[in-house]
Design a binder for this molecule. Structure first.
Ligand code: GRF
Length: 203
């Protein structure tokens, strides 16, 4: 089976997925990586792993719909079984989301439904939260609003700053994201009537 991974930045989750595929923890391979930013460090990780690495910046496209159509066509050349958003920092058009319904996952660094959108770590700190975390979810039309499959919690300690929290959370992400991806590819996880189902039962 094949995965296409979309990134915008560092690509540490991409690396975790590449490693999990190579180690047989995910029954698939990464067929290609796409970034909307040409300078994303994750593109170098992909090249280092001998994977096709494409930068597709939105500049020059008339609107979101036309950019997403181009991205969709480029992705589908690889005939992926699943599309994995790993720090992809763009809003997706409804058409794009619909095209990959049930086979597109995202990881969002908060305990959803808390803090959809940007600056989750800053908000958790500002609110004095004692715990924070990350969520893997199916992608639906609502931004960071699709059904959650798995979350990991981390403590927030006095004196933590954003950088500490990011690091603590990413460590968890690198475990839970490959696990959920493996469930999807093994046919254990599905999106049914707007809910996530694992092993035939709703989560
Ligand atoms: C992760 O924290 C993920 O939850 C969020 O963006 C970050 C991406 O980090 N969506 P990386 O590029 O995988 O290191």
């Amino acid at each position: 089976k094949k995965l296409v991974v979309l990134i915008s930045g560092e690509g540490s989750n991409l690396q975790a997925v590449i490693d999990a595929c190579r180690q047989g923890r995910i029954a698939a391979r990464v067929a290609a990586v796409f970034s909307n930013r040409a300078d994303a460090f994750g593109l170098r990780r992909a090249a280092q792993a001998d994977l096709p690495a494409h930068a597709l910046p939105p500049a020059g496209f008339a609107d979101r719909a036309s950019f997403d159509r181009a991205l969709c066509q480029a992705i589908d050349r690889y005939r992926p079984d699943a599309v994995i958003l790993a720090g992809y920092m763009r809003i997706l058009s409804p058409e794009f989301v619909g095209h990959y319904a049930g086979r597109m996952l995202n990881i969002h660094p908060s305990l959803l439904p808390l803090y959809p959108g940007l600056h989750t770590h800053r908000q958790a700190l500002a609110n004095g939260d004692r715990e924070h975390g990350t969520s893997v979810h199916f992608v639906t039309e609502q931004l960071d609003g699709g059904p959650v499959v798995l979350q990991a919690k981390v403590p927030v300690f006095a004196g933590d700053d954003e950088a500490n929290l990011v690091a603590r959370i990413k460590t968890q992400e690198h475990d839970i994201y490959p696990l959920v991806i493996s469930w999807l590819l093994d046919g254990r996880l599905e999106l049914r009537d707007g809910a996530a189902w694992l092993d035939g039962a709703p989560l």
